[in-house]
Design a protein around this ligand. Structure first.
Ligand SMILES: [Zn+2]
Length: 447
């Protein structure tokens, strides 16, 4: 395989290339495809391979600092810097200004490499802006530009050494001549350069639109490599494992050693609701609750396995127990806009005095506690997590071991919800409510 074929292979394998869809591009034109390189970068081994390929082209350029100013770019910057023995610099491009993350710097006369996952059409304007911003606001020397995918549709010249690993061309039409519009295929609107097609689904307030998008994206993914990917994972962990119906919706259930029994219990509930439920140890068949053990895993492979699980399932349930636990899994869910339900087992709630907090309220049975504030509380111009809002001193959520970082992820995500309950049986209601609210639960009879 050529270098470029290897890169395209990785992108296809991880579902990063949406080839048979219908997208409204920033330019106003319509396209049949979209590349979402971050889905490939979400796999640590893919991120390493792609970064090493980029780094190898800059070995002789004495790079001191690698700058990434998008999420994909930041992941690349970390990895490329590692391969070059350089420092990574995580930044944000706001208009024409490059704001370096706290603690990052570009020193005088340092050789700088700018990396991004995609060179955006028409001619990579954000890269031009980043280079300009580095020149005007630091004393670093821009030595090169490295991107994974070149999607330019017009000539470009950054005036420095530029390396791209792969080129992808999709058919593009004006809205008037778009054959997909004529066929009535619903389109995903990517009118903002930051729009994430998966996140977009859940940001639409209009329910019919949302469902049309969900259905369409579901069809796209079914045709793509997602199913194969999951089969591949499962065959790796359990060579004899076979499941006939991967087309059903899957729920990944994550926890830790001390919550295995709760995970198991929840896996059964979820299967009973008509989903495949997958924990790192067990898969429960849809409806029949038939239990299939996964082969015992090697610990060092666990992180990759969990990441693949999150990527391959449509919904995630995380059970929190100890302080600081499940942060990285929560971050992956947040990063990929994965619909996620966080469950916090709390001590008996009936003893709590919650008077004075306008956000906390009990469910019907007084044993499930909800917080309305978790969607964020405005403090001046900032949105902070409701559960760290100091509205009530006795709020049980922070004291249950959830870190501020985890609470913040829930507070700022539109697809993640957090619920606390003090008895196992009371998890049924939050789970079914969550799945019903996502529009995927048809079962009305909750056992
Ligand atoms: Zn169209």
């Amino acid at each position: 395989l050529s270098e470029e074929q290897q890169v395209l292979d990785i992108l296809r394998k991880t579902g990063a290339i949406l080839e048979k869809g219908h997208f409204k591009l920033v330019s106003g034109n319509h396209s049949e495809g979209y590349v979402h390189v971050r889905l490939a970068l979400a796999h640590s081994e893919c991120a390493s391979t792609l970064s090493n390929k980029l780094a190898s082209q800059f070995r002789d350029d004495k790079i001191d600092a690698v700058v990434g100013y998008t999420i994909g770019g930041a992941i690349l910057a970390e990895n490329v810097a590692r391969y070059l023995g350089a420092r990574s610099v995580v930044a944000e491009l706001k208009g024409t200004k490059l704001i370096l993350g706290k603690g990052y710097e570009i020193k005088e006369n340092e050789n700088v490499l700018v990396v991004d996952d995609v060179l955006r059409p028409p001619s990579g304007e954000p890269i031009h802006q980043a280079i300009e911003a580095i020149r005007s606001s630091t004393k670093g020397i821009v030595k090169g530009v490295g991107v994974i995918v070149d999607r330019s549709t017009a000539e470009y010249d950054f005036g420095v050494k530029t390396v791209k690993l792969a080129r992808i061309d999709f058919k593009v039409w004006s809205p008037e001549t778009c054959p997909l519009c004529r066929q009535g295929v619903p389109a995903v609107d990517l009118s903002s350069p930051d729009t994430d097609p998966l996140g977009l689904v859940y940001s639409l307030s209009d329910e019919p639109d949302r469902m049309a998008l969900v259905t369409m994206l579901g069809k796209i993914f079914e045709k793509l490599e997602e199913r194969k990917l999951l089969e591949e994972i499962m065959s790796f962990y359990r060579p004899t494992f076979e499941l006939p119906g991967w087309k059903y919706e899957r729920v990944a259930i994550l926890g830790s050693y001390d919550t295995f029994s709760i995970m198991d219990h929840i896996a059964r509930i979820v299967s009973g609701l008509g989903f495949y439920s997958i924990t790192s140890r067990v898969i429960y068949e849809k409806d029949t609750l038939e239990r299939k053990e996964l082969r015992p895993y090697k610990y060092e492979a666990m992180n990759d396995f969990l990441r693949k699980m999150i990527h391959s399932c449509q919904y995630v349930i995380i059970i929190y127990s100890g302080a600081g636990g499940q942060f990285i899994e929560t971050a992956w869910c947040s990063e990929s806009h994965k619909p996620t339900l966080g469950l916090v087992p709390l001590r008996p709630l009936s003893f709590l005095d919650l008077k004075g907090c306008e956000y906390l309220f009990f469910g019907k049975q007084d044993t499930v506690l909800f917080c309305n504030g978790f969607k964020g509380v405005e403090q001046g111009a900032e949105l902070v997590g409701g559960w760290i809002c100091d509205k009530h001193k006795n709020c049980p959520f922070p004291s249950s071991g959830l870190t501020k970082m985890i609470l913040d992820l829930y507070a700022t995500s539109r697809t993640m919800f957090l619920v606390g309950a003090d008895e196992l049986k009371n998890f049924k209601s939050p789970i079914s409510t969550f799945l019903r609210n996502r529009g995927v639960l048809k079962t009305t009879d909750i056992r």
